[in-house]
Write a protein that binds this ligand. Structure first.
Ligand code: ATP
Ligand code: MG
Length: 425
């Protein structure tokens, strides 16, 4: 009796990136890296797991840390966490290596949150982001927001709303938290039960709630803009002026406090108007002037954003923008002799920067031509007994039947392919 083999699936909330999607995935990362490096940002890559303390410092009362974080003890009994977000890890790296400021870095990779999976919400998801560390200049806030805007524009997203707020400084936050907590206590009965628990410990979290009953209460809550210190006010005005000067449309949203504890001054979100409101935030970020000190570094201001790659591509789908790059190769080498010519020619073509592939297993002409067509190649190089005898190659333009077939000496085949593809030789 044969034993049935075990079958396995991706864990809940994770997915395989398959070839049908991966070219587009690579392309969107390329867009982001280009935009970031053009503005003087360099790649930083940190481990996907860290000492759990790196993340608990960002707020144990937050959902991200308190409910969604993947924590484990390694085999040496050290408490570790799979990183749920990028900023804390980058700030840990800054505190550890003490680079010269300004330190302008970008990152991309997988992040982990134990959430209820749904469209645009995964347990392993991917972000790219930037952090600009070392200055409190509000023009950096403008630069960072403008780069988010540029990435969205570069992938053809138009139905987007930029929300901006200021959390002010420590003093602003303290005064506001007090007022908000007082208000929420008076309306506790109308709050969603989950949110009611946070009124005492984390009143700001309540503003971040997506639950309708809570939202109808917080609509009437005191607003942080009435509590901003003079410094915070000046900072925000300069950011607003900058966005106007760069013609980046935005609106001020006083309830935008964001999900993490570390924000000071500017916070912002780009929300897609083409996605469902439960997962329409494509990009979120803000300033975190106290975080590096919290992580044991010198007091250093910073600001950054994280953009969800899956979300970004969902928004592209909804707007029918940023199509996948064309699949396949430029040239298919069809060899109906013993395969040696295909072996050698594909190798040489690739050396000259031409993408090339072939069939194996000595298939028939018909079968190899079918593969050539399926590959979406523009050109087939065809070698039969006659071509081997005469040391030639037949070249067929697969997308343009009228051009028919030409036969060239084998020694000039690569140059001819380059010419036909419009490549420099
Ligand atoms: P949301 O309010 O949608 O849960 P968030 O405020 O928790 O987002 P951030 O911590 O700011 O998100 O993360 C930055 C970006 O990463 C988000 O704007 C979103 O695009 C993306 N993101 C966050 N969580 C997930 C997830 N579970 N799956 C896919 N993308 C995510
Ligand atoms: Mg979230």
């Amino acid at each position: 009796m044969s034993k049935k083999a075990n079958t396995f699936q991706t864990p809940i909330g994770t997915r395989d990136l398959l070839p049908e999607e991966s070219a587009r995935w690579e392309a969107v990362i390329e867009v982001f890296s280009t935009v970031a490096s053009r503005a003087g940002f360099s790649l930083v890559d940190t481990p996907i797991f860290e000492d759990v303390g790196v993340f608990t410092r960002i707020g144990e009362g937050t959902d991200v840390v308190g409910k969604e974080m993947y924590e484990f003890l390694d085999r040496g009994e050290r408490p570790m966490a799979l990183r749920p977000e990028g900023t804390a890890a980058v700030c840990r790296a800054f505190a550890q290596h003490r680079p010269l400021v300004p330190w302008k870095v970008y990152y991309r990779g997988p992040y982990f949150r134990y959430e209820a999976p749904q469209a645009g919400r995964f347990r392993q998801f991917h972000q790219f982001g930037i952090e600009s560390i070392g200055s409190d200049d509000p023009d950096i806030d403008v630069e960072v927001i403008a780069l988010g805007w540029k990435v969205l524009g570069a992938v053809g997203i138009n139905k987007i709303e930029l929300l901006v707020n200021s959390m002010g400084d420590q003093e602003t936050r303290r005064n506001y938290q007090q007022a908000l907590s007082g208000f929420l206590k008076n309306h506790a009965a109308d709050l969603d039960e989950e949110d009611r628990k946070k009124v005492e410990s984390h009143p700001l979290r309540v503003l971040d709630s997506k639950r309708p009953s809570t939202q109808s209460v917080t609509k009437e809550a005191p607003q942080i803009n009435d509590f901003l210190s003079a410094d915070a006010e000046t900072h925000l005005e300069r950011v607003k002026d900058g966005l106007k000067a760069l013609e980046i449309p935005f609106s001020i949203e006083p309830r935008l406090v964001r999900g993490l504890d570390y924000y000071t001054h500017t916070t912002f979100e780009f929300q897609s108007l083409a996605l469902d409101s439960a997962q329409n935030t494509v990009c979120g970020g803000g300033r975190y002037n106290g975080l590096i000190e919290e992580l044991g570094g010198p007091a250093t201001p910073g600001i950054g954003f994280g953009m969800g790659i899956e979300r970004l591509l969902l928004a592209c789908d909804a707007e029918e923008s940023f199509p996948a790059p064309p699949p396949g190769v430029q040239v298919w080498v069809v060899d109906v002799t013993d395969g040696s010519s295909a072996r050698d020619l594909t190798h040489t073509l690739r050396d000259y920067g031409v993408t090339a592939d072939r069939s194996f297993d000595q298939r028939s002409m018909r079968s190899q031509m079918r593969s050539a067509n399926r590959s979406e190649a523009e050109i087939a190089l065809i070698i039969g007994e006659q071509e081997v005898d005469e040391d030639t190659v037949a070249i067929r333009m697969l997308r343009d039947e009228e051009k028919g077939q030409i036969v060239v000496p084998r020694s000039s085949a690569v140059a001819e392919v380059q010419r036909l593809l419009g490549l420099e030789s």
